[in-house]
Design a binder for this molecule. Structure first.
Ligand code: SF4
Length: 198
């Protein structure tokens, strides 16, 4: 089993390979600085537990008062989504910049749009980049083979649960321990997703 540090290095390789392959298509993007449509209106932000661990480490490096504010925003996002209410990403700052930009998950890296987004015009990606993104997600799930995938605040909530974190960091895999939360929050077991794809 690879160590967590080694897996995090491999995670960056998957991101970098995707960026390199998608760059020619993204050159046509209509995206501009200050547009945060993907962070406010584009639905769930699906991440793997490994990506969640990277984000959790980023949050833990913030000053104490920022950490408290982020944790409140994550809990509020969870509540809104549990009630099927719209909710912007809790990591989007007031100036519409991403708090963890250098460590943002793949769900945010893969999205761009060939047309400017509006309430009625969601992001439009080229088929080639969609396919590259799907392949990268498969690679991310294979890399995080004792982990899970789901919306950002749900995965961070799981990682904040000491018993879950301990099992996960040890490289162990106990899906029955998250069965109830997983079923009610659309959490995917990466090993099952890999099997279904193969
Ligand atoms: S993590 Fe950052 S880039 Fe991704 S949706 Fe949230 S604010 Fe936007």
């Amino acid at each position: 089993m690879d160590s967590m540090e080694e897996k995090i290095k491999q995670l960056q390789v998957i991101y970098d390979d995707f960026e390199a392959a998608a760059a020619p298509y993204k050159a046509e993007a209509a995206c501009a600085k200050g547009c945060a449509f993907c962070c406010t209106d584009a639905g769930s932000i699906h991440i793997t537990t490994l990506e969640g661990r990277v984000i959790q480490n980023c949050i833990q490096r913030l000053p104490r008062n920022r950490q408290v504010a982020v944790k409140k925003a994550l809990a509020a996002d969870m509540k809104r989504r549990e009630r099927n209410q719209p909710s912007a990403c809790p990591l989007l700052m007031k100036n519409r910049a991403c708090m963890i930009y250098d460590h943002r998950p793949f769900a945010c890296r893969r999205i761009y749009s060939l047309k400017t987004c509006t309430k009625n015009q969601h992001p439009i990606l080229s088929k080639q980049v969609m396919d590259l993104g799907d392949a990268a997600i498969k690679a991310l799930q294979e890399l995080d083979d004792n982990g899970y995938s789901g919306h950002l605040s749900y995965i961070l909530h799981m990682l904040e649960t000491p018993a879950f974190l301990e099992t996960y960091i040890a490289g162990e895999y106990l899906p029955e321990a998250i069965m109830q939360f997983g079923k009610s929050h659309g959490i995917v077991i990466n090993q099952m997703a890999i099997k279904m794809d193969s």
